[in-house]
Design a protein around this ligand. Structure first.
Ligand SMILES: [Zn+2]
Length: 146
């Protein structure tokens, strides 16, 4: 088991991905939705992992839902970086992390474009169910229940 660590630029949002899967086996995905395109986000995930999102200051984050409002982007309001995305599927939270926010970002293979933009919401969720990190926990320092 190794833990891949990332964070927003100012350190308000930290992501820890614990997995047996090597970064070289996780191909980043360049999503074609307008939000990800604007941010240049390259998502990485594997189902066989656990993601912990740690928030230092809940008042300085923005949980932004876009488009079909089925996914939530974890945006730092101080520095603007988006280290993670999550989705609650039938009460089970799944997620992915932004390669560009990871310390070992250069350990991942070349990014491939993906096109979920025009999928209906149910197909998007089925896709995330397959590809995203299977276990997500949120450690919010003020315990406000994010
Ligand atoms: Zn920040």
């Amino acid at each position: 088991m190794a833990t891949l660590v990332g964070s927003c630029y100012c350190g308000n949002i930290t992501v820890n991905v614990t997995t047996d899967v090597k970064p070289a086996e996780m191909t980043p995905r360049l999503c074609d939705c307008d939000f990800c395109t604007a941010h240049g986000i390259e998502w990485v995930s594997t189902p066989n992992a656990a993601l912990e999102i740690e928030i230092q200051n809940e008042a300085a984050i923005n949980l932004y839902s876009q488009g079909s409002e089925s996914a939530r982007f974890w945006i730092c309001q101080r520095c603007g970086v988006v280290p993670a995305v999550t989705c609650d599927i039938e009460g089970h939270r799944k997620g992915a992390v932004n390669k560009r926010a990871m310390i070992d970002r250069d350990a991942f293979p070349a990014t491939e474009p993906v096109s979920p933009k025009n999928l209906p919401p149910e197909e998007k969720k089925a896709r995330w169910d397959n590809k995203w990190i299977d276990t997500v926990t949120v450690k919010d320092c003020w315990d406000v229940g994010l």
